[in-house]
Write a protein that binds this ligand. Structure first.
Ligand SMILES: [Zn+2]
Length: 116
């Protein structure tokens, strides 16, 4: 069973984001909720190439998910790679589209040939 290796879940609001995501850093996150058994389920996987704190806040008005998890990454490229790994590990329904690399890069997915 693959693991997200993320901290949380935490309440998805501005105060909590500022308390938990204190570094200006690239990173990865998921948004979700707990089911009736208390198990955290997520259905959105995201990444921030420069500032995870700001990216999370930009999502607050766009989702009704009450919880988030996150991890910092060492670089924008690392955040992209982790997003791809999370996508391949956890997104069973292919409703979610494959992560896109920034236009100015030639980064490859570590798990498939989406970018050849
Ligand atoms: Zn891929």
């Amino acid at each position: 069973m693959p693991s997200l290796k993320m901290e949380g879940p935490f309440s998805f609001d501005i105060k909590t984001i500022d308390e938990k995501v204190t570094r200006v850093s690239a990173g990865n996150f998921v948004l979700g909720r707990k089911n009736e058994n208390g198990t955290f389920l997520f259905n959105y996987i995201g990444r921030a190439l420069t500032d995870l704190n700001s990216k999370l806040k930009s999502w607050i008005d766009k989702t009704d998910k009450p919880l988030f998890k996150f991890r910092y990454s060492v670089s924008a490229k690392d955040a992209f790679g982790i997003e791809c790994e999370n996508y391949h590990d956890f997104v069973k329904k292919r409703k979610n589209k494959h992560p896109r690399r920034p236009d100015s890069t030639d980064w490859k997915c570590p798990r498939c040939n989406f970018y050849k």
